[in-house]
Design a protein around this ligand. Structure first.
Ligand code: NDP
Length: 477
């Protein structure tokens, strides 16, 4: 039986988007000089004009963060810092719907995800880290652990507010102050977060937000007043950052790309595994560094599995991100759409077989239908490169050892999934997989208490949990 869904649009009247934004420096919004447009990727409507941060804006933000660090923030007890974090977390919860709608408008991801996943996790990160602020001396984080000072934080567009929370919450809990740059295409929720900092009466200069592009990010990275860098984004830019800070005493965590393998053994519960594979690659339009973008299927079940996967994919609703029924929203930008189209085209020309369900895609905005490629081999670029879109590459295996070799045959090492009914097989496989996070019979589960990060070209260090805190601390005297 097929259900027809009546439109169920979330109202956008709750958000108040200004025509133009400046930076948030020293507790105040300051005007920028040059601006660029931020658009709704589902409609191409211009939402607002965002300030393009210059080196001098970054200078002012770093000076404000340094002053706040020396005069206020480093003098507060952990207990007092924790109170601010709790206050921020509660305000985020109170304004959750506003944040969810704004994130959906600016990013293109479905309201179902911003409402049920992004924003609740954002609040959870602040609550979690609030609890740590007064316990740092007792948690095995070294002798009398001390903050680094000013942290420079650069975040991507795929989980704009959530990546802000991953970075700002541990920095503040550990006593650092912050200069953060959101991604060019998704600055609006970071600027709304600045209002939350004001509402929470966070001391001026503890959080500074400078909007802009890669040049703004580079000015933060190279600023001598920055002591620690936290970056999430592409491996290419991650490598540039690593080169830029080599030879300095700046600390860095880099959370980069991935090409996660979801390994399905022939004893796996097939319907559940199909659901997990769909979640693994089509959640957030596949704009997920830990997406399960390679499905590695045991040969004996491959035909049946792919048939079931196609039936399930035909039910994915693609369209208006503000509609509460939508599963797959818009691609975040024209550049990203072009990249996905290019790599999918490479899949065709390399001889893999493409399949997508019939979808009505709007002429306006940036859209890509959920897509699978079968007949993929290890040599194909679509098996090796991060597509960062709703595209799944399917490979097969005969023996468990072959599955592990294929899963590990990647320059990345961020995530993996194992699907099997046998506990012993799951334990064996998870020990062999070279990935920072391995999920068993599930995928894309996130929790602030759980460290996240990768091996090889997926980056350095961990974010979240106790491991994530240690990146913001150095040993005291
Ligand atoms: P980038 O790595 O370019 O962007 C991430 C952040 O870094 C953005 O805030 C960006 O600014 C900033 N930045 C860009 N260049 C520099 C620089 N030289 N120094 C300091 N900061 C810089 O990712 P893109 O948005 O361009 O996406 C490109 C590809 O990266 C995607 O197709 C995807 O494959 C991958 N990606 C991976 C992510 C992950 O979580 N692993 C997240 C996002 C992208 P601005 O956006 O303003 O240019």
């Amino acid at each position: 039986m097929t259900f027809e869904y009546a439109p169920a649009p979330e109202s956008r009247s709750i958000v108040d988007i200004k025509a133009k934004y400046g930076h948030f420096i020293d507790g105040k919004f300051v005007t920028g000089k040059n601006h660029f447009a931020t658009i709704n990727p589902a409609t191409e409507e211009v939402l607002s004009q965002i300030a393009l941060g210059s080196a001098s804006d970054v200078d002012k933000a770093v000076a404000a963060a340094q002053k706040a660090y020396t005069k206020t923030w480093s003098k507060l007890s952990g207990k007092e810092r924790g109170k601010y974090l709790y206050r921020i977390a509660r305000i985020l919860q109170e304004r959750a719907r506003e944040f969810a709608v704004l994130e959906t408008l600016d990013n293109g991801k479905p309201i179902r995800e911003t409402r049920d996943i992004d924003i609740p996790l954002v609040a959870a990160h602040f609550f979690y880290h609030a609890g740590w602020a007064d316990k740092l001396d007792y948690a095995g984080l070294g002798k009398s652990p001390q903050p680094h000072g000013v942290a420079g934080q650069i975040i991507p567009w795929n989980f704009p507010l959530l990546m802000l929370a991953w970075k700002v919450a541990p920095a503040l809990a550990t006593g650092n102050t912050v200069v953060l740059k959101p991604a060019e295409t998704t600055s609006l929720t970071a600027l709304l977060f600045a209002q939350v900092c004001q509402e929470a009466e966070l001391p001026d200069g503890v959080v500074n937000i400078v909007t802009g592009d890669g040049t703004t990010g580079s000015a933060i990275v190279n600023h001598p007043g920055i002591h620690k860098i936290a970056f999430t984004g592409s491996t290419e830019v991650g490598k540039k950052l690593a080169r830029a800070i080599a030879g300095t005493d700046k600390k860095a965590t880099l959370e980069l790309g991935g090409k996660g393998a979801n390994v399905v053994f022939d004893d796996a519960p097939i319907d559940e595994a199909v659901e997990g594979i769909v979640n693994g690659i089509f959640f957030n339009q596949g704009h997920v560094c830990c997406a399960g973008s390679r499905l590695i299927l045991q040969e004996g079940i491959a035909d049946e599995f792919i048939e079931k996967l196609k039936v399930r994919m035909a039910k994915i609703r693609v369209g208006d991100p503000l509609d509460k029924n939508t599963d797959l929203g818009a691609i975040n930008s024209r550049e990203q759409l072009l990249k996905i189209q290019e790599l999918a085209g490479v899949g065709d020309s390399e001889g893999a077989e493409r399949w997508s369900p019939a979808c009505n895609l709007s002429d306006k905005g940036f859209w890509f239908a959920p897509t699978i490629f079968t007949g993929v081999t290890q040599a194909h670029r679509i098996a090796r490169e991060e597509i960062f879109g709703p595209v799944l590459s399917i490979l097969t295996f005969r023996t468990p050892q072959e599955a592990i070799e294929k899963a590990n045959n990647t320059p990345f090492g961020l995530s993996a999934g194992v699907w099997s009914e046998k506990g012993s097989r799951i334990l064996w496989a998870t020990q062999q997989l070279r990935a920072g996070v391995v999920w068993a019979n599930t995928f894309n589960k996130f929790d602030p208490a759980s460290p996240f990060g990768g091996y090889k070209e997926s980056g350095w260090g961990r974010e979240g949990g106790k491991h994530g805190l240690s990146a913001y601390l150095k040993e005291g005297k």
